[in-house]
Design a protein around this ligand. Sequence first.
Ligand SMILES: Nc1ncnc2c1ncn2[C@@H]1O[C@H](COP(=O)(O)OP(=O)(O)OP(=O)(O)O)[C@@H](O)[C@H]1O
Length: 319
Amino acid sequence: MRLERVEKVFDVRRRTGFLRSERRQVRAVDSISFSVARGEMVGYIGPNGAGKSTTIKMLTGILTPSGGRLRVAGIDPSRERTRLARRIGVVFGQRTTLWWDLPLIDSYRLMHRMYRVPDARFRENLDRCVELLELGALLDVPVRQLSLGQRMRGDIAAALLHDPEVLYLDEPTIGLDVVSKAKVREFLRDLNAERGTTVLLTTHDLQDIEQLCSRVMVIDQGRLMYDGPLTGLHAVGDSERTLVVDLERELPPIRTPDARVVRVEGPRQWLAFPASRSAAPLVAQIAAEYPVVDLSVREPDIEAVIAKMYAGQLERTLS
Ligand SMILES: Nc1ncnc2c1ncn2[C@@H]1O[C@H](COP(=O)(O)OP(=O)(O)OP(=O)(O)O)[C@@H](O)[C@H]1O
């Protein structure tokens, strides 16, 4: 999958009076370039309205880019949308591709014919999905009677019956309980490892990213702000780690030039220090000067890092 300076501009008309309206352009995707290698599993994240869905819609061929060049499995999506449809799978967590009133199995049978999947391959893929996504007891249930988690597993199976090389997932765990989330993540991890399916994952749940993707791209206001390993986000976000120190007794805040005390509760103190720095010298200094009973280091909260990035930190770091 390769994007070169891809743009999408929407013309929006806004009513300003009874007969008057104003035309405005929204640059939803602004000169984005990236490539995703076969078998990679990449997170694509950003705040609401950042341009994630618009990117995915261009990658499926639903929307035509206003500029730039785009290829998925060697295909120009908007020119050859039907040919591409046989090579990709899409799951939009917010809406289903299944037929609401039909039992799950009937939707699958329809897809079998629509995508012209060879019988043996369809059977094999269906059996695998039914087993791993625990759909056996649900196949004869109309989709409208399924719970959200069951429906999502049903949708994921539907996206995979034709063996796509590339899978786009837009909020695949939205609204699911902890157990269903874990099941979906485990399934996706196995799929990627066993079949080498390329996955582009959009989510607001950063645990999805932490557990599934070693690479993450961050988009904001249509622009790509970060592309790299998840761990790099900590450094780029210039975030802090926390050293939790248990002292023998209640003492005044620890004084050290390398960290600052952010909280004190009885004999326990929390010290913030830059995530990019090693904790060892700090730990050594405190252990030498204070009656320490226990120490632990807490990693930065990625959500806080990203919130900071959106506050403009990243732009400053990069410029
Ligand atoms: N069909 C459209 N016509 C006009 N503007 C649009 C259209 N689709 C999207 N936009 C605008 O483009 C921008 C990007 O929207 P997009 O849906 O891609 O964001 P997103 O990152 O997917 O957000 P969310 O996380 O809320 O789903 C927004 O400002 C949105 O209002």
